[in-house]
Design a protein around this ligand. Structure first.
Ligand SMILES: Nc1ncnc2c1ncn2[C@@H]1O[C@H](COP(=O)(O)OP(=O)(O)OP(=O)(O)O)[C@@H](O)[C@H]1O
Ligand code: SF4
Ligand SMILES: [Mg+2]
Length: 312
């Protein structure tokens, strides 16, 4: 097996050009310096609070950002740039997105027909098999999205990833709205998929799920990655987690004392130079207002963005 990651993102930035009062243009940077690797055979969980840029990362990879988004940095799939042309060819075939919002279903088309990638017998059988796995009965194939409950729509979206044998699945919060049995069936599908030598990027708010099913966890905050670490470090204990925010997430888990993280994530409108976690960090120093080094560990597969590196 070669060592080229399935997906490699380096220094990704996403800026929206928007109109302000008086038709003045303004640029809002919502993602900056974002780095991430999804490797063969691994589930990478992306965790972070609401608005930290998780869905935008997924949309940037899939080439479905709004027209007013300006993307810089490098995004590679199997070692080659993800260009506009290339993503059109591989989207839905080699890289599949399970979107966060069920509004991605076409309201005017029967759900079964939307999930099938072609209108032929083998695609029909695949759709039926996936629907059966997620407890969607034959009748539900013929319904329109408005006749679905939220949980049914989510299960239909998850079924789409089983219509081809992609190399990468990006699942944007796939489990909310699912009962425990369906959630575990979905997560097991991702785990088995990765174990077949594929890559999964699983966006979730649930660190316990990430720890149980993922190999690595990437911690997002304010549009950037603060740390990528092995999932097992969340079990081994706080001292194996390096970034103060990752430690705070660990301590906020019910089994670790439920300690709330003080303060709020800055909005893209109030981001300043230096460390984005500055205002909330108990360990901040004056030099945290400058450039923050990235410290790599675990043979280059993990990193932390903090002046203390991997010794905090
Ligand atoms: N089209 C847009 N124009 C301007 N800003 C946007 C746009 N889409 C998203 N944003 C901003 O980008 C930031 C990241 O959004 P994103 O949807 O990626 O968050 P998220 O981490 O997926 O959050 P959640 O957990 O709630 O789904 C947010 O501050 C959001 O307001
Ligand atoms: S760089 Fe400084 S402010 Fe940022 S997390 Fe590390 S110690 Fe805290
Ligand atoms: Mg999102």
């Amino acid at each position: 097996m070669n060592n080229i990651p399935e997906i490699e993102i380096r220094n990704l930035s996403v800026t929206f050009n928007m109109y302000d009062r008086g038709l003045r243009q303004k640029n809002i940077k919502v993602i900056s310096n974002l780095c991430l690797k999804a490797e063969k055979g691994e589930v990478l969980a992306v965790v972070g609070s609401s608005g930290s840029g998780k869905s935008l990362l997924a949309h940037a990879i899939m080439g479905i950002l709004p027209k007013n988004a300006v993307v810089t940095g490098s995004m590679k799939y199997k070692g080659l740039d993800i260009t506009e042309k290339r993503i059109k060819d591989i989207r839905g075939k080699e890289i599949c997105l399970i979107p966060q919002s069920v509004s991605y279903l076409d309201p005017l088309m029967k759900v079964g027909n939307q999930v099938m990638i072609k209108n032929n017998k083998s695609c029909f059988e695949k759709m039926r098999k996936a629907f059966r796995r997620y407890d969607l009965c034959e009748n539900s194939e013929k319904l329109y999205p408005f006749q679905y409950s939220g949980g049914m729509a989510r299960r239909a979206l998850i079924s789409t990833a089983e219509q081809t044998e992609p190399s990468v699945i990006i699942a944007d919060e796939p489990t909310p709205g699912l009962d425990r049995k369906m959630a575990y069936r979905t997560l097991k599908y991702f785990r088995d998929f990765a174990d077949r030598g594929k890559a999964v990027i699983m966006i979730t708010h649930d660190i316990d799920i990430a720890v149980e099913y993922a190999d690595k966890i990437s911690v997002f905050y304010g549009g950037t990655t603060l740390e990528t670490t092995r999932a097992e470090n969340f079990i081994k204990g706080e001292k194996y987690l390096y970034h103060p925010y990752t430690k705070a997430l660990y301590n906020a888990l019910p089994q670790n004392g439920f300690k709330a993280v003080k303060g709020f994530q800055p909005s893209p409108y109030e981001v300043s130079e230096g460390c984005i976690y500055f205002d909330r960090c108990d360990k901040r120093q004056e030099k945290c207002r400058g450039n923050i080094p990235v410290s790599v560990f675990d043979n280059g597969s993990c990193f932390v963005r903090c002046i203390y590196g991997h010794s905090v």
